[in-house]
Design a protein around this ligand. Sequence first.
Ligand code: ADP
Ligand code: MG
Length: 442
Amino acid sequence: MTSRPARQVWEAALGELQVQVSKPNYQTWFEKSLGLSYQGNQFVIGVPNTFIAEYLDRNQRSLIEKTLIGITGRDVNVVFHVDTNHQNSFNGGDVRGKTSLASTLRFNSKYTFDSFIVGDCNRFAHNAALEVAQNPGHSYNPLFICGGVGLGKTHLLHAIAHLALANNIKVLYVSAEQFTNEFIIAVRDRKTEEFRNKYRTVNLLLVDDIHFISGKEQTQESFFHTFNELHNSNHQIAVTSDCPPKSMPLLEDRLRSRLEWGLVVNIQPPDFQTRLDIVQAKSQQQGMQIPLKTMELIAQRGQRNIRELEGYINRVAAFAKLTRALPTPELALQSLQDIASKVPQNAAITPTVVMEIVAQSFQLTLENLKSRRRKETTLARQVAMYLIRQETNCSLAQIGQELGGREPITVSSACKTIADNVNSDPGLRQRILNIQQKLYAK
Ligand code: ADP
Ligand code: MG
């Protein structure tokens, strides 16, 4: 085991660190690092500059060492080495092949509509984003995308930017935090005119994580005026947030009502099928051949959000490479073992768990839910069928069996009915969302 190449060990560690630290943190400090050498206890990590080396050394050393010890099973002493050449070798041709546009505008070149997997949980948001990118100022204005962390909000915003740019539309993408900082600096340096011009002369303004301006009165005021000017000239605004405008605390009412003018779309946690599609797509992108059973296992585990799911895929991939083994379900189980222990024990969603929560939601007993006779429980049963289909990998026949011995065709049409109605019936959507949240919280 001593000769495991540093590079692969570090890739495995990165897979793990990605799930342990926040995304901005990961991107800023870890993403461009590389395992350089591993001899005796000394593990040398290459980083692009001194700033990063110092930061990691001071703040992340113990986490990194713990992670490496977990992987190598030996004591590890980490050394950071500034290596200006390593970025190219790490990223391969990827970086050099891209146009400079993406990097200067700081859009992630991977966040496009093409790489965005559409499922029931995000179809609405995806379609609205596409519409806005193709027809800015003439569709929903503003477009307000909300949802929990790691569900693809930033990805969609960047996708809008890429598409609009390709159509020569003047786009500005900014995080609400950046907007706030720039505003503060502009006021301090008496450059508010410049600030105004920058933001009010674009055709499409994309503001990520708008909830950041909650409670910041002056920034809200500035955003309010920016909003009005753009909106009055039919220029498009799209924002993301971790909650809908109505639940944003400390937001001025006039701004709240502006944000509700257009379309508010919600991204929900991904269902099983979407997670499976994502695992499939991402492993293909990495050029990995993963058997279906393994992909299902990963999709079962990474239930909370897509960022977590990506971390799991990377981890399994790195472990397979590291041990030169095939990514079998056993290997996946093994490599996700200690992460999985941080997830609540009964994280695997079974038909019974789904049925129990659905029954609770409709105030029925489990027997009533399964009963063959009761007509008034049809909706509850359809919801149960739909959710079991979404959240587990049971076949239609198995689901029919679970719910009082019904035919696969009945299950199939129930799933379709709910899938159709979930987009047009907000009450039903909310109910399903609540049930899913309970499932994931289990
Ligand atoms: P958020 O901004 O909602 O916190 P991100 O947009 O940063 O989430 O998404 C987290 C990660 O998951 C990103 O790497 C993103 O590419 C990926 N991701 C999210 N949704 C999808 C999707 N539907 N298809 C493919 N990848 C996705
Ligand atoms: Mg985001």
